[in-house]
Design a protein around this ligand. Structure first.
Ligand SMILES: [Ca+2]
Length: 510
């Protein structure tokens, strides 16, 4: 422990010196400068981030004191919304209660248009230049950028298809990548004694929560049913669940699986606990879930799992008439703005910029050498054992602190997982990941049109999907009626809004 502290101190000093030689991160030379921040405290109820080592380090390097007002994240929106509504006594920097999707806060003028200060935001400007999609998503309908984001990984550790590898080896086949080969495999799983218990009837070929079926099969039919909306090559926006040919083909395929007993009768109510217990009993061959479950949850159910070789392993997506892909997600978990009435707007802007710097990002993700990680002879970093053994200590340092504009990193996520899992993510997941339909800002009018129609449309679509898949409704005779009902429910009005939003996004990408 003592050695760790001394190491950390020596390293801190080394860092100070090396940083001193380069450009200083200090944002002011004024003595006793401070920045007040309203933000979320740790998700761990016993952890208080107001005196966290890594956050203090950032404040020291920037040469300011942070005056924190950290609130419970579970009730953050309820606490902060009234504060913003009153507009009184707000701090210099505010973590918003939501992503401000309808531009309620930014159009009120309470936050600074950050793009007007880009001359003093070199770090943020560099980040936005390197991330054009994020820049376009953050561009408000008036063309300004008001917020600095906290982001999550989008191109990895997303929902993926997973196969029971020992079963596939037993069949002596390659893991299927096409719909046809996939169905053949499911039939074999259904008919053979895959788990070797002498009973050919206890195997359930596929166990997928119904919310993941659109992720799993949509792309093979040329549909992003997850985002729902998509833009074609000419930039025209469509609603995937109203595509006459492709969506009909998708429903027919699932209906076929259902009729053959390859998609179970109770598929609509299947949950993760049931799937987990199927793997514990080795009675199922395929699932679809968030990537991290493959090692930490599903493979871990097997008594013979040694951590070296995966049992339930992520595989590339299925292709059909269209090439398969995985649907990524929208990158933002939170946004931060600068109070337009702050006593020293420039200082607050500069601090938020420093909080976005690569140097600060490195601290959020990795902490400090000797304290949280070590570096081997090849320059590779690994977290020190205490990081996984003592979660409260680790969280208390301010690693990935929810109160800072941290950018989640795939490499740092991978460090905590088995090597085979990281490899599966790199080879079978990341190359196939696609950006979802952009969730851009809506004007008040646009938002009211969407909220008036879209919820009912989605409820109707979900109900009809189950009816078509189970054969309660005949796809051949009733699909046209389904499409005309969607039109009567004003899908075209919603499409007009999504088109306008998409056009703004496309313009901001240029
Ligand atoms: Ca069996």
């Amino acid at each position: 422990m003592k050695i760790t502290r001394i190491l950390a101190l020596v390293l801190a000093l080394t860092l100070c010196c090396s940083v001193g030689l380069a450009e200083s991160p200090a944002i002011t030379d004024q003595e006793g400068a401070s920045v007040s921040i309203l933000a979320m405290n740790s998700w761990y109820s016993t952890v208080d981030l107001s005196n966290a080592t890594l956050l203090n380090e950032i404040a020291d390097r920037a040469n300011v004191t942070i005056k924190w007002n950290l609130l419970d994240p579970t009730s953050y929106a309820d606490s902060v919304s009234p504060m913003l509504a009153s507009g009184q006594d707000l701090p210099d920097i505010v973590q918003l209660p939501d992503l401000d999707p309808q531009q309620t806060y930014l159009s009120s003028g309470m936050f600074v248009a950050l793009d007007e200060h880009f001359d003093i935001m070199p770090n943020y400007k560099k980040y936005l230049d390197a991330n054009p999609v994020i820049k376009a998503l953050l561009t408000a309908s008036d063309g300004h950028i008001y917020y600095v984001p906290q982001t999550v990984v989008t191109d990895s550790y997303q929902p993926v298809m997973m196969y029971n590898m020992p079963w596939i080896e037993k069949l002596g086949i390659e893991p299927p990548k096409t719909l046809d080969a996939f169905v053949e495999m499911l039939r074999a799983f259904r008919d053979q004694d895959m788990n070797g218990n002498g009973d050919t009837t206890d195997e359930i070929p596929m166990s997928v929560q119904s919310s993941f079926l659109p992720y799993m099969f949509g792309p093979a039919f040329g549909l992003d049913l997850v985002s729902g909306f998509y833009a074609d090559e000419d930039g025209v926006v469509h609603y995937a669940q109203a595509e006459p040919e492709k969506y009909k083909a998708y429903l027919s395929f699932l209906n076929g699986l259902y009729e053959e007993g390859l998609l179970e009768v109770e598929f609509a109510s299947l949950n993760r606990d049931q799937i987990t217990s199927r793997f514990a009993n080795d009675t199922t061959g395929v699932t679809y879930d968030f990537s991290w479950q493959m090692s930490t949850l599903y493979s871990a159910q097997y008594p013979n799992y040694d951590g070296e070789t995966g049992i339930i392993v992520g595989v590339p997506p299925l292709s059909g008439e269209y090439e398969g892909y995985y649907v990524g997600r929208t990158p933002f978990s939170s946004v931060f703005g600068v109070n337009a009435k702050a006593a020293d707007v420039e200082l607050a802007v500069k601090f938020l910029d420093y909080a976005m710097s690569e140097e600060a990002q490195d601290l959020y993700v990795w902490g400090m050498e000797g304290l949280t990680y070590e570096v081997d002879a090849d320059g590779n970093r690994s977290y020190l054992p205490r990081c996984t053994e003592d979660a409260i200590w680790y969280q208390g340092l301010g690693i990935n602190a929810p109160c800072m504009p941290s950018q989640q990193s795939a490499d740092a996520t991978g460090v905590l997982l088995a090597d085979w899992h990281v490899q599966a993510v790199k080879e079978n997941e990341m190359p196939y990941n696609r950006v979802p339909f952009p969730a851009t800002y809506a004007t008040t009018e646009e938002a009211s049109i969407v909220s008036m129609y879209l919820v009912d449309i989605q409820t109707y679509v979900d109900e009809r999907a189950v009816a078509f898949i189970c054969g309660y409704s005949d796809i051949e005779t009733e699909f046209e009626n389904y499409i005309s009902t969607l039109k009567a429910m004003q899908i075209d009005e919603v499409l007009k809004v999504r088109q306008a939003q998409y056009d703004r996004y496309a313009a901001a990408m240029k």
